[in-house]
Design a protein around this ligand. Structure first.
Ligand code: 3HC
Length: 311
């Protein structure tokens, strides 16, 4: 009966154990995981766009090869996460349809433009750096398929962050114009990357329940603070600066403090009115249509194989 199943679920959570697809789980647990994992998957797929625009403009063959590998990795991360979401009963077609219809969320960060080659560095260092800060704790998420997907994704994410840092380091040690380009990219990507961690804790409706279920291990503000503590050190090595003269460590609260973030801008981006929302969805729709023949061919081939097996 329900109470026995609920008790078993509560015990697994209390013991900090894993919940697997075949285990009983409260509908609300299933729903919030399907919500977060599908959004995470959509973020990886949309996140391919800003960088893909620079593959044909990379300054050298080496940089082109590295960027191509990174964008391919993002596609793979998306597929791991769509598979994890499917174990909760959501079909991939449904998730794709929601994204294409503009009904699905994906990370706010990918609605900003990548204006120069230096943006490839700022995205790798700041966006993938923030993604790592958010994803490492998710390796211990109570839902098995999600945590296990995160382990593999985090390994590749550190390569993404390193290659971004190296791009900025090269530019910062280049000509004055290159250093300026790197500083300009850091200036534009800094605040949006802090907003990736989600709204402030007192405006985060999902956090309490998500933390009670060991999905979210640390609050949005806690991870944001940790991330600021990391980049404030790393930016010194780059010889660049962060566009925020309020950064400081508060001994009392044990938190890194920074300039207030523009949560109105965040809400606008989430409402679909960010700098690149329309363009990103338009490109996703185009890519989906351009890929229809591949899906049809794969389905036809699979049907033929199935027919052969029945003969
Ligand atoms: N972008 C878009 N929506 C966001 C957001 C963001 N950065 N931050 C929060 N939101 C949304 C939430 O989805 C929620 O809306 P919903 O209830 O309709 O889903 C609302 O704002 C309130 O936020 P909460 O803090 O209550 O929501 P969560 O508890 O889900 O916390 C989160 C938000 C921290 C982003 C959490 O969902 C999470 O950890 N998600 C997985 C990480 C993720 O999505 N990362 C994407 C990074 S990009 C990436 O990985 C690609 C990299 O490889 C380049």
């Amino acid at each position: 009966d329900l109470t026995a199943e609920q008790e078993q679920f509560d015990r697994l959570i209390a013991d900090d154990s894993r919940i697997e697809p075949r285990d009983w789980m409260p509908e609300a647990y299933r729903k919030t995981l399907a919500r977060q994992i599908s959004q995470h998957a959509h973020s990886e797929i949309i996140g391919m766009q800003p960088e893909a625009n620079w593959i044909t403009r990379a300054p050298s063959l080496k940089r082109k090869a590295i960027l191509m590998a990174k964008v391919q990795d993002e596609a793979g991360h998306g597929l791991y996460l769509y598979s994890a979401a499917e174990t909760l009963g959501t079909t991939r077609d449904q998730m794709m349809a929601d994204l294409i219809a503009g009904k699905a969320r994906y990370s706010s960060i990918f609605n900003y433009p990548a204006r120069t080659w230096a943006d490839m560095g700022a995205i790798g260092w700041l966006v993938d750096g923030a993604a790592i800060a958010n994803q490492v704790p998710l390796c211990r998420a109570s839902y098995g398929p999600y945590g296990r997907a995160m382990v593999r994704i985090c390994k590749e994410e550190s390569f993404h962050q390193r290659q971004g840092f190296e791009i900025l380091l090269e530019l910062a040690n280049g000509t004055e114009a290159q250093k300026q380009m790197a500083q300009d990219a850091v200036n534009r990507w800094y605040a949006p990357s802090l907003m990736m961690f989600g709204p402030p804790d007192d405006d985060s409706p999902n956090s309490k329940q998500s933390m009670a279920w060991n999905i979210k291990r640390f609050s949005n503000d806690e991870l944001r603070s940790r991330f600021v503590g990391m980049i404030v050190e790393q930016v010194k090595t780059l010889g660049l600066t962060l566009p925020d003269d309020e950064i400081g460590y508060n001994e009392e609260s044990g938190k890194w403090e920074h300039d207030p973030l523009d949560w109105d801008e965040f809400k606008e981006v989430l409402a679909g009115r960010g700098p690149c929302n329309a363009q990103r969805l338009e490109r996703r729709r185009e890519a989906h249509d351009d890929g229809a023949w591949v899906r049809e061919a794969a389905a036809a081939y699979a049907a033929k194989q199935a027919e052969k097996r029945t003969m």
